[in-house]
Design a protein around this ligand. Structure first.
Ligand SMILES: Nc1ncnc2c1ncn2[C@@H]1O[C@H](COP(=O)(O)OP(=O)(O)OP(=O)(O)O)[C@@H](O)[C@H]1O
Length: 263
């Protein structure tokens, strides 16, 4: 299976601080990864590397068969779908939902003078329907609920049929109903044979959709564990990563975690 991302001995240093330390990580095209770790572990930095928004300070990062640092990132970025709160803040709140999604075709936020083809419109309509947003296409983005806005961000990220989809805390701040609705959609998407490789950062194991295959645990910029999801999301490894005794269980494909009872 072809790899879409391959980090070899990658470190990221910013203002003298090592944020990622000698990371080795390969994501193959048929894998769906979740990245977990405490605040400040380096998860967002890892996604920024995977989104070609950041170069390694040392080591080698291969992204979609191109080496970061020796490729035009503007050619790479349209092949990568990225949904994050930072990106969502750039989306114009008074733009129609369909335009928020369609402008991804040009990697811009905010419709301006670009001309779109019927193909773009049809694709945006199809993606909106897939993410249960078809009836909201003409609404203003800023008027939607948080749950609907999160789905629009993902619809926008998949608009260009990316080879790698990156999701930074897609379920953060959602109420229980909106979270479950989103997880169901993400599960369906992740389980489809046409889905791209996916990397999702989250703070909560409860937010891992069914169908995710691999996990990475990160702390202090170092990988604590990585591999198949059931081998990595164990009570022992999670307790070590978060520095407190945790008990993890899995039922019907979904994980839950809680602090262990102290005697
Ligand atoms: N320019 C910078 N200079 C120094 N340190 C930085 C810089 N940018 C980020 N950091 C630090 O790097 C660390 C990792 O940040 P990052 O946002 O990748 O972590 P994270 O795991 O996504 O955290 P969170 O879960 O809180 O979102 C943090 O401690 C952050 O303060």
């Amino acid at each position: 299976m072809a790899s879409v991302l391959q980090l070899s001995d990658v470190s990221v240093v910013r203002d003298g601080t090592t944020i990622l330390d000698s990371v080795d990580w390969t994501v193959n095209s048929d894998e769906r990864w979740v990245v977990l770790g405490p605040n400040g572990a380096g998860k967002t930095t890892m996604l920024q590397l995977a989104a070609a928004q950041l170069h390694p300070s040392s080591g080698t990062a291969m992204l979609l068969d191109q080496q970061l640092g020796s490729v035009d990132v503007f050619e790479l970025r349209p092949r990568i779908g990225f949904a994050s709160t930072a990106l969502a803040r750039k989306l114009p709140r008074n733009e129609r939902v369909i335009d928020v999604v369609m402008t991804a075709a040009y990697s811009v936020t905010g419709r301006w003078t670009e001309s779109y083809e019927d193909l773009d419109t049809r694709r945006a309509e199809r993606v909106l329907a897939e993410w249960k947003l078809g009836n909201l296409a003409e609404r203003r983005f800023g008027d939607l609920s948080d749950g609907e806005q999160k789905r629009v961000q993902i619809a926008r990220a998949v608009m260009t049929d990316p080879e790698l989809l990156l999701l930074d805390e897609p379920a953060a701040s959602l109420d229980l109903g909106s979270r479950e609705e989103l997880l169901q959609l993400l599960s369906g998407y992740a389980s489809s044979p046409e889905a791209p490789a996916i990397v999702m950062v989250t703070h909560h194991v409860e937010e891992i959709p069914e169908g995710f295959t691999h996990a990475m645990l990160l702390a202090d910029g170092e990988i604590q564990a990585e591999g198949e999801i059931d081998d990595v999301l164990t009570s022992e490894l999670l307790s070590d990563t978060f520095g407190l005794p945790l008990e993890i269980s899995k039922q019907d494909g979904r994980f839950t975690a809680r602090a262990q009872q102290q005697n």
